[in-house]
Ligand binder design. Structure first.
Ligand code: ZN
Length: 398
């Protein structure tokens, strides 16, 4: 496909530098593990990363995209501008059960190593972008909308998993809230004078679930009723449900699936003389777009480090990440690194992030990210090819 042009002594220097960051990686991993913070409240985590980066000469812009815990740290002023993305939000109840403490450590180490390993003649700008609330509102989506990635030439991120991997399988998602409105009345004495919002919602729920028979197999329509009335002797005037609406690609989701779901909800409301309000309570998460150039570079760097990449497990998919949104605006890859045998979003996985295996795996992943970033910096033709690929896809979509 193309040659990797980074000089061998620069590669070795980078690997050695990341090895020297083991205490730093451990410090970030353990301190975030001990102070897990939910999305948009990651004050400790973002502050910690910002001060580490500032101490190494990065200039930090904080509170970007209207999120106090989002930030962008930059070193150098040239082009290309290559970014490492850090997540640091935890989960309720299970702390860092998704291992975002390791993602923070990994990207920070990679950014620092690149800043030091880069020879003066390469005018690269290194960025560490702190992206809050992956698990909740998808902070990267607001950052994409705010133009945070507009001048980013390429972006790298690494997620802890059970197996090494080259990214890919994340789906599109656009969660929908349905609120049915009716009219109260005495449920015993005069039910005929009321309009039962719950009945309309239950009809809609059943019909939405049945839609799967007329949609592609990859569509996921899972819902819960979040409000079903107040007391049984009053006809419910308000009933509410939330649905996760997912498919492999966002075009199908937006043009086929969501119109059908909305049509069914409106039909059920009409049939019950109720009305329905439809609202997306979370933004559209686009699926992760694959960038073959970045995949190939990352694959070769896994191999350079003696790592194997097993094929993704059978039936993988259905997960969603806001990294997907970034992959539609700049070449971006989320690699996966093996550090656990625990299930995702578990207390066991959180505990594994601070074991020697967890730390070593994070060091390895930081090397893959940093080496891959350097390969792009040394090979403008590869970076141009990555951008051509994205432009082609965007043109096809129009
Ligand atoms: Zn995660």
């Amino acid at each position: 496909m193309f040659e990797l042009k980074t000089p061998e002594e620069t590669r070795q220097g980078l690997v050695a530098r990341i090895n020297s960051y083991q205490p730093l990686i451990e410090d970030i991993a353990v301190s975030l593990y001990r102070n897990p913070e939910l999305g948009l409240s990651e004050v400790f985590a973002s502050q910690k990363l910002k001060s580490i980066l500032e101490a190494e000469g990065f200039s930090v812009e904080a509170g970007i995209a209207s999120m106090p815990t989002a930030f962008r740290a930059a070193w150098g002023s040239g082009r290309p501008a290559i970014a490492f993305l850090a997540e640091y939000d935890a989960l309720p109840g299970v702390g860092h059960g998704c291992g975002h403490n390791l993602m923070a450590a990994c990207s920070t180490a990679a950014a620092l190593a690149c800043r030091h390993a880069i020879p003066a003649e390469l005018p690269v700008r290194w960025l560490l972008i702190g992206t809050p609330a992956e698990e909740t509102v998808g902070g990267k989506l607001a950052m994409v909308d705010a133009g945070v990635f507009a001048d980013v030439s390429a972006a790298f991120i690494a997620h802890p998993e059970r197996q090494n991997g080259l990214g890919g399988s994340s789906w599109a998602s656009h969660p929908l809230e349905l609120t049915f409105h009716g009219r109260t009345s005495h449920a015993g004495a005069s039910p005929q004078d009321g309009i039962n919002a719950l009945d309309a919602l239950v009809a809609a729920y059943t019909q939405i679930r049945n839609l799967k028979n007329s949609l592609r197999d990859d569509v996921r329509l899972a819902g819960i009723i979040t409000h079903g009335g107040d007391v049984p002797n009053i006809v419910p005037e308000r009933a509410q449900a939330r649905f996760t609406v997912r498919a492999k690609d966002w075009r199908y989701l937006e043009t086929i699936v969501l119109p059908k779901v909305k049509q069914v909800a409106e039909g059920a409301a009409l049939a019950g003389s109720a009305t329905v309000e439809l609202r997306h309570h979370e933004p559209l998460f686009k699926e992760t777009l694959e960038h073959p150039v970045l995949r190939e570079i990352a694959r070769r760097n896994f191999e350079y480090l003696g790592e194997t990449i097993p094929p993704p497990p059978e039936g993988a998919g259905g997960g969603v990440t806001d990294v997907g949104g970034v992959t539609w605006v700049t070449p971006c890859i989320q690699i996966r690194f093996a550090m656990t045998s625990a299930r995702p979003h578990s207390r066991e996985l959180a505990d594994d992030t601070i074991t020697p295996r967890g730390i070593q795996a994070t060091l390895m992943a930081a090397k893959v990210l940093a080496l891959s970033a350097l390969d792009l910096a040394y090979n403008p033709a590869a970076l141009a090819a990555a951008h051509d690929h994205l432009t082609q896809i965007l043109n096809q979509q129009q």
